[in-house]
Design a protein around this ligand. Structure first.
Ligand code: PGA
Length: 247
């Protein structure tokens, strides 16, 4: 059985004062049956890791450079994120793909650097509204999946996040039928490529306007192993309800 994962992506939000949300979240979810991860901006990572110690909450990065160190002004490596207390890194988020022109090939190289640092890669894929309207959803998702995920995957070192771009930050969630169709498709692709055991063990998260009201329904959808949550992860009161929905 795959353990569910409730992952929060704070994006470019949060100052030191926001770290108080961690104690509130830990209090609201004292003995969760799911894994909990918060990915704050890099400036808060070490402080958040401290705040999470003694709680079931883990912290992660939102991106990293593919190299372990070197002359790359402004960038952060996976080993630096690990050193600051991260256990996972989000890679290939649609905002990285759109804002920074990241390709699936770029993402695949970063995934290896995340594994080399001993961390879990959370690899994001998802179609645009234009893709969906043109009936290309499964083609696009399948292509991103095969080219963003390198060889070497295990059920522990990799999580896939399906995030339809049109559902991110829009308040417009995919229907459970749409989610099930894509998650079942991703599961099939993972099993075909990596074998039944590994392919069946990799967690597939849904992301895109998950909130306390829709989380239970989404998390009980076929092949949904939790959520990658943006806006609703910023406040402990909201995220705790989402964590409890994954429990
Ligand atoms: P959202 O973001 O929950 O605010 O839609 C999800 C994400 O981008 O991971």
């Amino acid at each position: 059985m795959r353990k569910k994962l409730a992952a929060g992506n704070w994006k470019m939000n949060g100052l030191k004062a926001s770290l108080t949300e961690i104690a509130a979240l830990a209090k609201a979810c004292p003995a969760p049956n799911c894994d909990i991860l918060i990915c704050p901006p890099a400036t808060l990572l070490a402080g958040m890791a401290d705040a999470c110690s003694g709680t079931p909450i883990k912290v992660g990065g939102q991106d990293c450079h593919a190299a372990a160190s070197g002359a790359h002004t402004g960038d952060i490596s996976a080993s630096m994120l690990a050193d600051a207390g991260a256990s996972a890194v989000i890679l290939g988020h649609s905002e990285r793909r759109a804002d920074h022109g990241e390709t699936s090939a770029d993402v695949a190289v970063k995934v290896v650097s995340v594994w080399d640092a001993g961390l879990t890669a959370i690899i994001c894929i998802g179609e645009t509204l234009e893709d969906r309207d043109a009936g290309r959803t499964l083609d696009v998702v399948g292509e991103q999946l095969s080219s963003s995920v390198p060889e070497g995957v295990t059920a522990e070192n990799t999580v896939i996040a399906y995030e339809p771009v049109w559902a991110i930050g829009t308040g417009r969630t995919a229907t459970t039928a749409q989610i099930a169709e894509v998650h079942d498709f991703i599961r099939g692709k993972l099993e075909t490529r990596f074998g039944k055991v590994t392919g069946n063990g990799i967690r597939i998260l849904y992301g895109g306007s998950v909130n306390p009201k829709n989380a239970v329904e989404i998390f009980s959808t076929s092949n949904v192993d939790g959520g990658l949550v943006g806006g609703a992860s910023l406040r402990a009161a909201d995220f705790a309800m989402i964590v409890n929905a994954a429990d």
